[in-house]
Design a protein around this ligand. Sequence first.
Ligand SMILES: *Cc1c(COP(=O)(O)O)cnc(C)c1O
Length: 436
Amino acid sequence: MKLYSTNNTLSEVSFKDAVFNSMPQDKGLYMPYTIPRLDDEFINNIDKYTLPEIAFKVAQNLLGDSIPEADLKALIDEAINFPAPIVKLEDNVYVLELFHGPSLAFKDFGARFMSRVMSYFLEPGEKQLDVLVATSGDTGGAVALGFLGVPNTRVTILYPKGKVSGVQEQQLTTNGQNIRALEVDGTFDDCQALVKQAFVDDELNEKFRLTSANSINIARLVPQTFYYFNAYAQLLRQGIKKVVFSVPSGNFGNIGAGLLAWKMGLPVEKFIAATNANDTVPEFLKTGVYEPKPSVATLSNAMDVGNPSNWVRIADLFKNDTEALKELVVGFKYDDEETVKAINWVFDNYGYVVCPHTAIAWQALTDYKQDHAATDTAGVFLSTAHPCKFPDVFSEEVAAKIDVPEQVKELESKTKLAIAISKDFADFKGYLLGVD
Ligand SMILES: *Cc1c(COP(=O)(O)O)cnc(C)c1O
């Protein structure tokens, strides 16, 4: 696979370079030159394949010879080692559960695949890879658990003290091995500023091979296409051939991957971009004006993004043809009050607990269906995280019904290994230089 920057279509780079650089110098995003269609034979018979088999086919279609077949297969079998089931809530309403990975969020698909791709591309004798990541919660957990024990890599996570949930903090801080957690006396923005400064610091770059693991990395996008195909395979097994996906969106990586899957031939009737009050994209789809805004804090905080970084990829996929984009993608937005109402409705009617992000996708699907009743079309809303990660948003009655997974219960007995630092860059740099 060869890639270009969305800011310069002549700037050809390899998959390996795109993975290690994350972002082109010109601040565009990497996109594949060709997105081949999978053959109809495969799509029509996709119900006969397992998730790892589908993942292999799809990855190979996109990556070409960037990773030899046997290596790619082994890499996928290791990375995609948990299921992504659809659960039927009523006729034509399904939830796609993407929270069965180690950090209980869909970001596990991207993080586990990317970590193994990076490790795979390191040549023998090359410097260990130092991944720096600032997190407001979910990204850090997925990256920590995604890289845990991966050879020749070390991860340093910066998180804002007192601003992540209990489960999230435990996922960040109890790993040991090649994962280090820094508890920063500051905000998420302070954490991000520290990481950014490290990337332009000569002394640190001299000493370490620094890389970021942020959501714009192409190696995070590719594996997120797998579960769209796999959801379709599950629908086919139930005799359903038409599907609408509703995707709770923040940085628009998840729905971007869905659109990439569509481009590769997955038959999807419609994508619903569901957001919280950070409604830059739904507004754009309504007015045609793309106007990034500062983010506002909501209950679905993993979607608090006012300027979605993956949007340029989606625009690029449609070659900036807004009309064509609007044919396929519709937008809905909800405030916190509506989010809580949705959580309660789903609980009261289905006995099913959704996290606040997932609740927004369910509400958007429900509202879409009001105007688009079709008995032969399944609506699938993506559940991006397990509800136990966001205990504060639920009423006592709902919270009592949450099935806390075994791996979360185990976290409670583990020791927190975080190191406290100030938000001064000198403190962070001193830590990085001191402990090597
Ligand atoms: C990251 C995240 C999202 C948003 O996904 P994007 O790819 O940034 O649009 C939604 N829900 C949860 C739980 C997340 O962690």
